[in-house]
Design a protein around this ligand. Structure first.
Ligand SMILES: [Zn+2]
Length: 262
């Protein structure tokens, strides 16, 4: 009997030691309404989200590849089926696809994915909808940060997962092959939906010094227009090989390439 109790105790300790181990790389915040934020706390501090639907779940982004992501997902939803979808192909959002069999992303970003990973790719574009049962997430295409950047829009619950598409207080619009006018069109498209959105869930939550509101989209549209019109003060943005120019309006900062405005 004593032996049995001891082994039960050991088993309990083992089970409870798993979350501690995985939380070494991630912090999980329960945002309520079936949304978890999975925040990388080591390496690049990118943010993934897990949406728990009645039929299936949707994991949005996969961070840089820090260990433990798959275990966190199964710890939160058990054996419920789920899909992994990416806001864009950059390595700090796609590195973790190596832990999963399948990934959904916009085809235009497929060459940004980590090399040598055998994860099956499924391509999504404007209008594609993930039906999780009680929740639906629509794909909105917003090229500018990357050609294949998308937003996942829950129209009913009034939120968007925006990845890096419009940044997390600051957007890198200077590293894409697209001119800035393409980015402006994307921001305008989102701004037209602004009244249907209460919450923006961004790709680098730790960069938000104040909680971004949908006004951020309008500020971003204005700063982008002003840069294109030449009616705003700009300065140098220093980031080694990823340097560019920058301008700020309200809550939004735009990093752009002056050689690729139109
Ligand atoms: Zn990015």
């Amino acid at each position: 009997m004593k032996k049995l109790l001891l082994s039960l105790l050991f088993l309990t300790l083992l089970i409870y030691s798993i979350p501690a181990q995985v939380s070494e790389n991630y912090r999980v915040d329960d945002l309520k309404n079936g949304i978890w934020r999975i925040q990388a706390i080591k390496g690049t501090l990118s943010t993934a989200y897990l949406i728990d639907g009645s039929k299936e779940a949707l994991l949005i982004d996969a961070c840089t590849g820090q260990e433990g992501l798959k275990e966190i997902v199964s710890g939160l939803i058990g054996k419920k089926p789920f899909k992994l979808a990416l806001t864009h192909g950059h390595g700090d959002h796609s590195g973790g696809i190596k832990y999963f069999s399948d990934v959904y992303l916009h085809e235009a970003d497929t060459n940004l994915l980590p090399k040598g990973v055998k994860t099956n790719r499924h391509y999504i574009s404007e209008g594609y909808t993930f039906d999780l049962g009680n929740q639906k997430l629509e794909v909105i295409s917003i090229p500018g940060h990357t050609p294949g950047s998308v937003v996942f829009f829950n129209r009913k619950a009034r939120y968007m997962m925006t990845g890096d598409g419009i940044g997390s207080s600051m957007v890198w619009a200077h590293i894409s092959k697209d001119p800035l006018t393409v980015y402006l069109a994307s921001v305008k498209k989102l701004e037209a939906m602004k009244n249907e959105v209460d919450e923006l869930y961004v790709g680098h939550n730790e960069q938000e010094k104040v909680k971004l509101t949908p006004q951020y989209i309008t500020d971003m549209r204005i700063v982008t227009e002003k840069v294109l019109d030449g009616t705003i003060e700009t300065s140098r943005y220093e980031m080694g090989a990823r340097s560019g120019m920058q301008a700020t309006y309200g809550s939004a900062r735009l990093i752009f390439n002056p050689e690729k405005l139109r």
